[in-house]
Design a protein around this ligand. Structure first.
Ligand SMILES: O=P(O)(O)OC[C@H]1O[C@H](O[C@H]2O[C@H](CO)[C@@H](O)[C@H](O)[C@H]2O)[C@H](O)[C@@H](O)[C@@H]1O
Ligand SMILES: [Mg+2]
Length: 263
């Protein structure tokens, strides 16, 4: 390996050569894709995202090229992600790795302790006190979004800290893009990537992980440690474990579509 090897670039390198390497040897690679901010442009609200019409078929074509070794790794619920990419269903880790469905189609759900229900009720009332804040109920994880009320950031964080203290061990807060999420701590995106690579058809392949946010950092670190590589959708000077960057979801979608049409 040299400093110039495109498969093992320095942090801040351009991500396109990594995807070109995958396109040249799809049987060697497993592809792990985040959704919001990576495959899809960010929107003002969680429900405001737009799935470009060709994207589900592009992902399906890529899945075929890769012999099935493509998985979505997202903070969304699996059920919601399935609706986004209908009629296709992909191997997927949801809720940042707390739930997972491998290529055999069996979903391993996240635990949903009763204690979460009181917290759910309190957070559902938060938008009344914090105008512009949005509550997202993801079943086994709960989120408050402040993209449309950025002045409430500290109050949202304090409210979520209070919920974390209530629910106790085994839970954590994730501070994502203008969102704070309460979620199970034991499973993250890095562990999800490792679990995929322990099973067919992912086993024995080099992982390429692509994401855009703090929650993807565990996935980047796992991919790098397992002989693969990683791309963050971010400016080239982003502080990240990812070994390369791409500027926008749109550029990623263009490249994925080119690879899908090469076959
Ligand atoms: O892991 P991801 O697939 O990237 O999901 C991360 C979170 O994405 C969503 O929130 C983010 O995207 C919204 C739509 O673009 C945006 O309005 C919000 O500000 C972002 O934080 C989703 O709502 C969360 O549940 C996911 O965990
Ligand atoms: Mg994302």
């Amino acid at each position: 390996m040299t400093d110039k090897d495109p498969l093992f670039p320095q942090t801040g390198a351009e991500g396109e050569p990594l995807l070109a390497a995958l396109a040249r040897a799809p049987h060697e690679w497993a592809l792990f894709l985040d959704i919001d901010g990576t495959l899809l442009d960010l929107a003002e609200t969680p429900d405001g995202i737009v799935v470009p019409p060709r994207l589900p078929d592009v992902l399906q074509a890529l899945t075929r090229h890769l012999g099935g070794a493509l998985a979505l790794v997202t903070g969304r619920q699996v059920a919601l992600a399935d609706r986004l990419f209908t009629p296709h269903r992909f191997p997927i880790a949801g809720l940042h790795g707390a739930e997972r469905r491998g290529s055999d189609g069996t979903l391993i759900p996240a635990d949903r302790p009763p204690a979460l229900d009181d917290i759910r009720a309190e957070l559902a009332r938060a938008p009344a006190a914090l105008p512009g804040v949005l509550f997202e109920d993801k079943g086994a994880a709960l989120a408050l979004h402040y993209r449309q009320a950025q002045g409430t950031r500290d109050r949202v964080a304090a409210l979520m800290e209070k919920q974390l203290a209530r629910i106790g061990e085994g839970w954590e807060l994730l501070h994502g893009k203008m969102v704070v999420e309460l979620r199970p701590a034991a499973k993250d995106k890095g562990r999800a990537l490792r679990a995929f690579l322990d099973s067919e058809p992912f086993a024995g392949r080099k992982p390429l992980a692509i994401g855009d946010d703090v929650t993807d950092e565990a996935m980047f670190a796992a991919a790098n440690a397992l002989g693969g590589t990683s791309i963050r959708i971010a400016p080239p000077d982003q502080d990240t474990a990812a070994l390369a960057t791409l500027p926008t979801p749109e550029r990623l979608r263009q490249i994925l579509e080119e690879i899908a049409h090469e076959r």
